[in-house]
Design a protein. Structure first.
Length: 168
């Protein structure tokens, strides 16, 4: 899965390949790194990146970025997948129309659905929580509408791109 991350006003290209068992091949600005991730009981994540160990904590912010605590330093990181990057570049000049399929951004497990079929949702409202890379990710609605379909069951493993929810 390809991403763009902004850290300290600098953009970085990121490509993530799940190798299984918590191991990921991460290409950051053209440099390949091997990352081993393990979620700790208190919510932090233990990362081994190219044989160096880090304890990392994540906190979602109201503006959609993530505060990352590494070695007593907090970094604000804005991570966008390819679709969200295109939407941001458009500067809100258009509204999302028609049925919208929410898919798994990477392989993981469906932890919990926050909505049910027939429920009205607002743009930006959480729809489903997916655990990937030992972290829980809340996937949000790209538009206001009604939940028309829910695909995978809670607890199910899903592949990258798997259908999760349709909002119409």
């Amino acid at each position: 899965m390809k991403y763009q991350a902004t850290l300290a006003k600098q953009n970085h290209e990121i490509d993530v390949v799940d190798k299984g068992d918590g191991v990921y091949e991460v290409t950051l600005d053209g440099q390949v790194h091997v990352l081993d991730a393990l979620e700790l009981s208190h919510g932090a994540v233990s990362l081994i990146v190219d044989h160096a160990s880090y304890s990392v904590e994540f906190e979602d912010t109201a503006d959609g970025s993530v505060n990352v605590l590494v070695r007593d330093q907090v970094f604000s990181v804005d991570v966008l997948d390819e679709r969200r990057l295109r939407m941001r570049a458009a500067g809100g000049r258009f509204a999302v129309e028609g049925p919208q399929m929410i898919t798994a951004p990477m392989p993981g497990k469906v932890v919990k659905y926050l909505v049910a079929v027939g429920e009205e949702v607002a743009e930006g409202q959480g729809l489903v929580v997916v655990e990937a890379m030992k972290m829980e990710n809340e996937l949000k609605s790209p538009k206001s509408g009604v939940v028309k379909e829910v695909f995978a069951k809670e607890g199910a493993s899903v592949e990258s791109g798997a259908k999760l929810v349709v909002v119409e």
